[in-house]
Design a protein around this ligand. Structure first.
Ligand code: S3P
Length: 173
């Protein structure tokens, strides 16, 4: 079984995932980092050079590889949920925890980096709100959702460990 962290950019998937893996003594993988490593270029450059559909295709391919592993905490890219096959596969092979946060918190957290092509627009705040609305039906498919707006990394990790060890969402697997 794996733990998949899904949710919008800036909700803490990577930092929480890394710490969660440490505490559980599981492996950690950040899907975006894996893609950058395998492609030998940054996500922004993949978007610019090949376009989003190509990125989604390789994202799906690498997710499939990761899903064949066990005892991995996987921090997924924010858009991984847009493909229903991805959701199906993650559900089959693990628990899906969605991290969410308020729009203004997301904006603050992502404003320090220009590495997110989806938010490299003139009005990122509006874009965030629009995408949050559009993606809500996808993120809601997670087994559990945790709002990280006011949580430290440690607090979010503790919540996830509680959920996972309660067995409430893993019984079906
Ligand atoms: C994306 C989120 C990014 C990355 C890519 C597209 C999205 O990942 O996969 O820029 O569509 O939401 P993070 O959520 O890890 O920033």
């Amino acid at each position: 079984m794996n733990i998949y962290l899904i949710g919008f950019m800036g909700t803490g998937k990577t930092s929480v995932g890394r710490q969660l893996a440490k505490e559980k003594e599981w492996n950690f993988i950040d899907l975006d980092e894996l893609i950058e490593l395998k492609q030998q270029r940054r996500i922004v450059d993949i978007f610019a050079q090949e376009g989003e559909p190509y990125f989604r295709k390789i994202e799906k391919k690498f997710l499939r590889q990761v899903c064949s592993q066990k005892k991995f905490v996987v921090a997924c890219g924010g858009g991984v949920v847009l493909d229903p096959d991805n959701i199906k596969l993650m559900k089959k092979t693990g628990i899906l925890i969605c991290l969410c946060a308020a729009g203004e918190v997301i904006l603050k957290r992502v404003s320090t980096s220009a590495s997110r092509p989806i938010l490299n627009v003139a009005k990122p705040r509006e874009r965030i709100e629009l995408l949050l609305k559009m993606r809500a039906p996808y993120y809601i498919q997670a087994d559990k959702t945790i709002d990280t707006s006011k949580l430290s990394i440690k607090e979010a990790v503790t919540k996830i460990i509680k959920i996972v060890s309660s067995g409430a969402v893993s019984r079906k697997r």
